[in-house]
Design a protein around this ligand. Structure first.
Ligand code: FAD
Ligand code: DLZ
Ligand code: SF4
Length: 504
């Protein structure tokens, strides 16, 4: 009796545990473009196009490799509309009553699979460097789950940038060297772009017809959609951008959307690139003398450190994580997150870029759109849904800890030891945004004052009970206390007036 082997849109890896547990000659692979996955949030059209294109190409590759693949397209008349519906339909068609799956990256889908009236074998997703057991053992008895210590264990485990038991260069972390402000220009023309082939063109037409009205531009579409292309994109990054990745990792520029960033998260997240393959390519660049240690260590840390760490936090914290709201923030997400229409140039640039590219880099996500939402007290669930919708690399296991935990402090400090908030001065230091803004970043009060400057103190003041005892925030609160009362009142009332312009 054949079994069904489920391959989801972000499980496009030949070494997938579900495929490894199946028999090529007798089991049937099920892949399906379904409206439930395409609409559980209203994804950016580029994200849907990327996933469907990569799914179609991966299905063709599995067929070439001898698998019996039952692939359902979104517009197929018999499409059941959901993953579980498609599995039930294929079970009836083939007589199968057992499903082999790799654990999905979202609680919602795990629960849906577990609810099906079919026998389910759920394999762990082994496309990561760490395991959940390993993380839970590491976490056991620790007061704080700081990424840095977990990262060191991942360095030891993988041997990446290790010299015996010691880190190469004598330090584990070179972050202090990775904070150079925006340079005058960038000597990198951006990520490798691919002209849509026939498969991608067909998907683009489908997505335009079905999801063309969602937030964001579908075209031009240039992402890699198969493993060979993704590997070329990686190699392009390693050759031309990695050497300066570290230096300008945190910089932001009006006229450069990608700087020296890799744009490999979508490829790793759907399985076209393996994280160890990406890290080894970076390590080789260091060993060959092509890229400096601060760049290579910084890059590898994001992948075997942050990426692994957030995955483990997501599965450790459970399905209610996206509903956490430790600071009791209730404001609706301002409308300009959907239009980019605001006088705040940093936000306008980050949001417009997001609509065009389905991409913004880490500091834009954390210190511009995330920072503003946190300062303004936006409901973290709304913020979470926005990020899940708008970025091409957004899957809940990686998006939610970054948004709910790191960016919005809504988990009460599991991920971040203090909230990532800043006034306009941080954005001014790291970008050229303020130079062309209607607001004046140096003004702390008054009609031209940068709203980040006002909201920063408003945030700290309204949450002083929560944060004043945090040793990492002593200095900031000391500064606030030292300010004279009249000035404090002016800041707070101007902040209130600004918040009123945002709506409820
Ligand atoms: P680079 O800057 O070139 O970094 C290299 C790689 O490191 C990335 O491809 C990514 O895989 C990994 N990485 C870096 N930082 C993180 C991180 N904090 N968590 C996990 N992986 C990381 N990343 C996603 O993949 N999906 C998301 O939905 C997502 N949402 C985010 C939301 C917020 C509020 C923040 C602050 C960060 C988020 N990130 C997310 C992390 C990070 O912003 C993206 O991974 C990165 O911008 C992807 O672009 P890149 O490949 O050019 O990254
Ligand atoms: C994100 C996504 C979209 C838009 N569409 C599909 C789809 O039609 N079929 C599918 O198998 N997967 C899709 N995905 C990815 C899933 O939503 C993803 O597997 C879960 O969110 C778990 O990470
Ligand atoms: Fe953003 Fe303030 Fe700078 Fe304008 S002045 S770009 S609002 S930080």
């Amino acid at each position: 009796m054949s079994r069904l082997v489920l391959v989801l849109g972000d499980q496009l890896s030949e070494g997938l545990s579900a495929l490894a547990a199946a028999e090529k000659g007798s089991d049937v692979v099920v892949m399906a473009e379904v409206s439930e996955e395409a609409t559980y949030v209203q994804h950016h059209p580029k994200k849907i196009a990327f996933i469907f294109s990569a799914m179609r190409k991966f299905a063709a590759r599995l067929r070439d490799d001898g698998w019996d693949v039952r692939y359902t397209r979104l517009d197929d008349a018999e499409n059941a509309g959901s993953i579980h519906g498609e599995l039930l339909r294929r079970a009836e068609e083939t007589g199968a009553f057992e499903v082999i799956a790799t654990q999905p990256g979202e609680w919602r889908l795990i629960e849906a699979l577990e609810d099906m009236p079919l026998r389910l074998t759920m394999k762990p997703d082994t496309r990561f460097v760490s395991t959940q057991d390993e993380f839970d053992t590491w976490a056991e008895g620790r007061k704080a789950l700081r990424m840095e210590y977990f990262y060191r264990d991942m360095r030891r485990k993988t041997g990446l940038l290790m010299d015996g038991d010691d880190p190469v260069g004598g330090q584990w972390n070179y972050d202090a060297e990775n904070r150079k402000p925006a340079p005058d220009d960038i000597a990198f023309s951006g990520p490798m772009q691919f002209t849509p082939d026939e498969t991608v063109q067909e998907v683009l037409d489908l997505v335009e017809a079905r999801f063309g009205n969602s937030f964001g531009s579908l075209r031009p579409f240039w992402f890699a959609t198969d493993q060979a292309q993704a590997r070329r994109a990686l190699s392009h990054f390693i050759t031309y951008a990695l050497p300066r990745f570290g230096d300008f990792q945190d910089a932001m520029m009006n006229d450069n959307r990608f700087l020296y960033h890799a744009l490999v998260s979508p490829y790793m997240n759907v399985g076209l690139l393996d994280p160890m393959e990406v890290c080894r390519a970076a390590e080789d660049a260091y060993t060959d003398g092509h890229a400096p240690l601060n760049a290579v260590e910084g890059f590898i840390r994001q992948i075997i450190g942050w990426r692994e760490y957030v995955r483990r936090i997501y599965f450790r914290e459970g399905p209610d994580y996206t509903r956490r709201n430790a600071l009791d923030h209730q404001r609706r997400l301002p409308d300009f997150y959907w239009t980019g229409e605001t006088d705040m140039n940093c936000l306008s640039k980050a949001i417009t870029q997001t609509a065009d590219e389905a991409y913004a880099h880490h500091i834009q996500r954390l210190m511009v759109t995330g920072n503003f939402a946190l300062l303004a007290g936006v409901d973290p669930h709304e913020v979470h849904e926005w990020y899940l919708r708008v970025y091409i690399d957004a899957f809940e296991w990686v998006e939610a800890p970054n948004v709910v935990g790191m960016s919005q402090f809504a988990d009460g400090g599991i991920i971040a030891s203090k909230p990532y908030v800043s006034s306009g001065s941080y954005i001014n230091r790291m970008s050229d945004y303020c130079k062309s803004c209607r607001y004046r970043v140096q003004d702390k009060t008054g009609k031209d004052a940068c709203p980040f400057n006002l909201l920063y103190w408003h945030f700290l003041d309204r949450h002083s009970e929560t944060f004043a005892g945090n040793p990492r925030m002593n200095q900031i609160y000391a500064n606030w206390r030292r300010m004279d009362d009249g000035r404090k009142q002016t800041i707070l009332s101007e902040a209130e007036a600004f918040l009123e312009t945002l709506g409820a």
